[in-house]
Design a protein around this ligand. Structure first.
Ligand SMILES: [Zn+2]
Length: 154
């Protein structure tokens, strides 16, 4: 029970004959897609993963977000970041509150500087700060803290 039919079918209505593309139906998104939209999986019948690339990526992301705290506790900062990078999350540093807090509240880098270092937009950094529960300080206050820090010389 619970068997998912392979759903392998031929697309195209015969026009062109030899130009037909073989497709496979993804049971998750129910789209019939060309075979190269499925990753290879030798352990599977037909040598292809049952889900399409999009669905595989999405399910990994969903798992991560659903288990965010658990995963985070189990992994250190670096591994979390690399994991996020692997599953295709853009600017994984922004998902790590500790990293953000350090950049913003210890090094007093402005969102603009953080954005420049990562190659994203300032708005993305601000959104990430809010998402991590980090209070965004007024620009002048933050700049004063930065200057004050730089001003401390031995
Ligand atoms: Zn799919």
């Amino acid at each position: 029970m619970g068997q998912i039919p392979a759903g392998t079918a031929r697309a195209g209505d015969g026009a062109g004959g030899a130009g037909m593309t073989e497709t496979k139906r993804c049971p998750r998104c129910e789209r019939a897609l060309p075979l190269d939209e499925f990753t290879r999986d030798r352990s599977r019948k037909g040598g292809l993963s049952p889900w399409c690339r999009d669905c595989k990526n999405a399910s990994r992301r969903e798992y991560y977000y659903a288990n965010h705290d658990k995963v985070r506790r189990q992994q250190n900062e670096y591994r979390t970041r690399e994991h996020l990078r692997t599953i295709g999350v853009a600017y994984p540093e922004l998902q790590v509150p500790r990293w953000l807090r350090r950049e913003y509240l210890q090094k007093f880098k402005s969102p603009k500087q953080i954005a420049a270092a990562l190659g994203c937009t300032e708005a993305t950094v601000r959104r990430a700060l809010r998402a991590c529960g980090i209070e965004i300080l007024p620009r002048t206050l933050h700049a004063a803290l930065r200057t004050g820090k730089q001003g401390v010389r031995s």
